[in-house]
Design a protein around this ligand. Structure first.
Ligand SMILES: Nc1ncnc2c1ncn2[C@@H]1O[C@H](COP(=O)(O)OP(=O)(O)OP(=O)(O)O)[C@@H](O)[C@H]1O
Length: 375
């Protein structure tokens, strides 16, 4: 069931309570014999921003194109506002209540900003069109630029026009494909914030493709990690970063080092000593691997240690130290910007107290001890 929220001309068409704005159910698409998206189940609710991230060629754009109606699924369904738009039936892109924002903005060069934004509003009575255009341009902070042509705008302004154009018809869902990647780093942060504000203001559901881990972690209410066309994990940014379900997700979402480790009666130890206790792992004896992120690794100069600083990377606010352990394994450690241990320095390495490192058996993260490991 779709309904329009009362009390706000800028509001998107939202869906009834409990109905996802966008649902992909078993969505599958191959190009020839090459599977691009394999049985993806993903739901986005009204007002929610979900980012899709994964390595190049993993199927991110194909997933978005399936939702938009620019590709037909080989099997599975796409639903918008609870209505099937692909699967047992086919609804073309322009009738899906879906807005799209592309990486290159895709504005019409011969139309001014106002006409670009008005482009998808032909079903609206003429008298209401100008008001709606003014409203969404105001929403993205460009109320004063309606008369300009795209070539007279900065990259960030063009991106905001593209967003205004996508939001103007009050879509149920907005799909954004790498929307900030053509902007330089400073502008990207600013336009990202403005985009999020506009999306939250309208209450649209949004699915955003990005290849930037930091962006995925900071932008989305949830993020979906894709690899080889398969969804590997869906969760809030902190769930995915702090409790990755696999080695792939752990390493893809940020710096991660893996060390052989052992759990004995809920005590986790590895080459650098005691890592932590592991609640619920009493009466367990098991070889595992522990994942350590650089913010969990502490260093202290110790002339007697056989662990040596190998390389130091200055990042401004923080300095990343690469340490070669006595065994030959390496770990990384973030230090404050004024701490730089020169290569060759002997250091004691430990785990920052309070850390809850992730344990792995093979490529899968362990959330509980396997039954076979119980003594
Ligand atoms: N029209 C097409 N014809 C044939 N193969 C395609 C087509 N579009 C995409 N593919 C293939 O499908 C796979 C998924 O492509 P897709 O563009 O969805 O990946 P992506 O994750 O968006 O990649 P990137 O991050 O590099 O943009 C890739 O192997 C790609 O080569």
């Amino acid at each position: 069931m779709t309904s329009t929220r009362s009390g706000g001309a800028t509001q998107a068409t939202t869906v009834g309570y409990g109905t996802p704005a966008l649902e992909l159910v078993g969505a599958t698409k191959s190009y020839g014999s090459h599977p691009a998206v394999c049985g993806v189940d993903l739901a986005v609710t009204a007002g929610e921003v979900v980012t899709v991230i994964g390595p190049s060629g993993c199927g991110k754009s194909t997933l978005l194109r399936l939702a938009a109606g620019l590709e037909r699924p080989d099997s599975g369904e796409v639903r918008v506002g609870g209505r099937v738009v692909a699967g047992s039936t086919w609804v073309p892109p322009e009738r899906r209540r879906v807005g799209m924002v592309f990486q290159d903005h895709a504005l019409f060069p011969h139309l001014d900003v106002a006409r670009n934004v008005a482009f998808g509003l032909d079903t609206l009575p003429r008298a209401e069109r100008a008001g709606r255009v003014a409203e969404v341009l105001e929403l993205v902070g460009l109320g004063h630029l309606g008369h300009r042509h795209p070539h007279e705008l900065s990259g960030g302004e063009q991106q905001r026009v593209a967003l205004a154009r996508a939001l103007a018809p009050r879509p149920t869902v907005v799909l954004l494909d790498e929307p900030f990647s053509s902007l330089d780093a400073n502008l990207r942060t600013q336009v990202r914030t403005q985009t999020l504000e506009a999306l939250h203001e309208t209450g649209s559901a949004a699915l955003v493709v990005t290849h930037d881990q930091t962006e995925a972690l900071s932008l989305g209410d949830r993020l979906a990690v894709l690899k080889d066309g398969l969804l590997r994990q869906v969760g809030t940014p902190s769930e995915v970063y702090e409790s990755p379900s696999s080695r792939f997700v752990a390493a893809f979402m940020g710096e991660a080092d893996f060390l052989p480790a052992h759990v004995h009666d809920a005590l986790l130890t590895c080459e650098i000593g005691v890592v932590s206790t592991v609640p619920g792992w009493g009466r367990t004896d098991l070889d595992v691997e522990v994942m350590l992120r650089p913010h969990e690794v502490a260093l202290r100069v110790d002339r007697g240690s056989r662990h040596l600083v190998e390389r130091v990377e200055y990042h401004g606010a923080f300095v990343l130290h690469h340490v070669r352990l006595a065994s030959g394994s390496t770990v990384r450690s973030w230090q404050q910007h004024d701490v730089q241990h020169a290569p060759g320095t002997s250091v004691a390495v430990s785990v920052v107290p309070g850390s809850r490192p992730v344990l792995l058996a093979g490529d899968e993260a362990l959330s509980a001890p396997p039954a076979t490991a119980r003594r």
